[in-house]
Ligand binder design. Structure first.
Ligand SMILES: [Zn+2]
Length: 323
């Protein structure tokens, strides 16, 4: 039997990219879900894949997105919680703000899909002991908010801290945004995190074993812009190394992996949007095809269930150090 792997997609919408970039008009919550969701669902259906969509509560709360989000659930994919407001400083919220954030998201998702989410991924990989406590208290089964990489803090140092347009307050928040350098030492394997007397399964977003460089689809697309051959070779090596080291990879997708600048006028400025969506889909076909050849692809919930029902050693149990 093939080893387990999982695929998830963070359904970040047009407005959240505009908000991050300080583009006017994001407050109207412009949405491309009508366009991209059918494209993604068709892609997954053609390959017989059932994955997890991490959905933003704010999107589920708007009537204009209802049909698209309901279609995801109707196609048999898992819907999980990706926060309500998609603010990457979620881990700085007070416990009261966190509970409100979770209540609103769960209500909005349940209203559209009829199901309460049991999995969570923080926007911008934001996780804190307070978030874990809320997850445990609210009966969540798993979390996917960690990205074990050395790259993120370096990227932050180069791109954000030096930016002259950033106020001191924002700079303080941004410093905490993408985790610490020590995140790179975190495990790539699913493990239990103990919080509020319960154990939650943590499934990290897989990075390249040992060197911990990113291997999520948007990063592969970034390499693809320079060299399609390099992007394919890098991904093939990553998948092979996962097999050799016994890592069960969890691949992360985003809507922009399926879209180009011609699809969404407002996001032409975004990196990689000059690559035609036909080329992106061809590359995804290759990358996901390689993964399905070598692994049994499941949703995040199924991945967590399989881990929970296995017999993990005590070495798999870790606790998040409280800052
Ligand atoms: Zn997101």
């Amino acid at each position: 039997m093939k080893p387990t792997a999982s695929i998830s997609l963070d359904l970040d919408n047009q407005w959240s990219y505009m908000k991050t970039h300080g583009e006017a008009g994001w407050e109207l919550f412009p949405s491309y879900l009508d366009l991209v969701v059918p494209r993604i669902l068709r892609f997954l259906k053609e390959r017989g894949l059932k994955i997890t969509f991490f959905v933003v509560g704010q999107d589920a709360a708007l009537e204009k997105n209802r049909e698209a989000i309901a279609a995801i659930a109707a196609a048999g994919h898992e819907i999980a919680n990706h926060s309500f407001s998609h603010e990457p400083w979620l881990h700085l919220y007070s416990p009261k703000e966190l509970i409100e954030e979770f209540e609103k998201t769960e209500a909005a998702l349940e209203n559209v899909t009829g199901t309460r989410p049991v999995g969570f991924r923080g926007p911008g990989f934001s996780l804190s002991p307070a978030v874990l406590d809320v997850l445990a208290e609210r009966g969540y089964e798993y979390d996917c908010s960690t990205l074990p990489t050395f790259i993120a803090p370096l990227a932050r140092a180069f791109f954000f801290i030096r930016s002259p347009n950033v106020s001191d307050e924002e700079r303080g928040k941004l410093k905490k945004l993408f985790g610490k350098f020590s995140d790179g030492f975190r495990t790539l394997r699913p493990h239990f995190i103990e919080s509020a007397g319960r154990s939650i399964v943590e499934i990290p977003v897989t990075t390249f074993p040992i060197v911990k460089t990113p291997i999520h689809a948007s990063y592969l697309m970034f390499l693809f812009r320079f060299s399609p051959i390099l992007a394919r070779a890098y991904w093939k090596m990553a998948v092979t190394t996962c097999r050799l080291t016994g890592i069960q990879p969890s691949l992360l997708l985003h809507p922009l992996d399926f879209l180009c600048g011609d699809d969404v006028d407002g996001l032409k400025f975004f990196p990689g949007m000059n690559v035609p969506s036909v080329q992106k889909l061809e590359f995804l076909d290759y990358a996901i095809g390689l993964l399905t050849d070598r692994f049994d692809i499941v949703s995040m919930r199924e991945h967590a269930d399989r881990f929970r029902s296995g017999k993990p050693s005590t070495a798999d149990k870790v606790s998040l150090t409280r800052a």
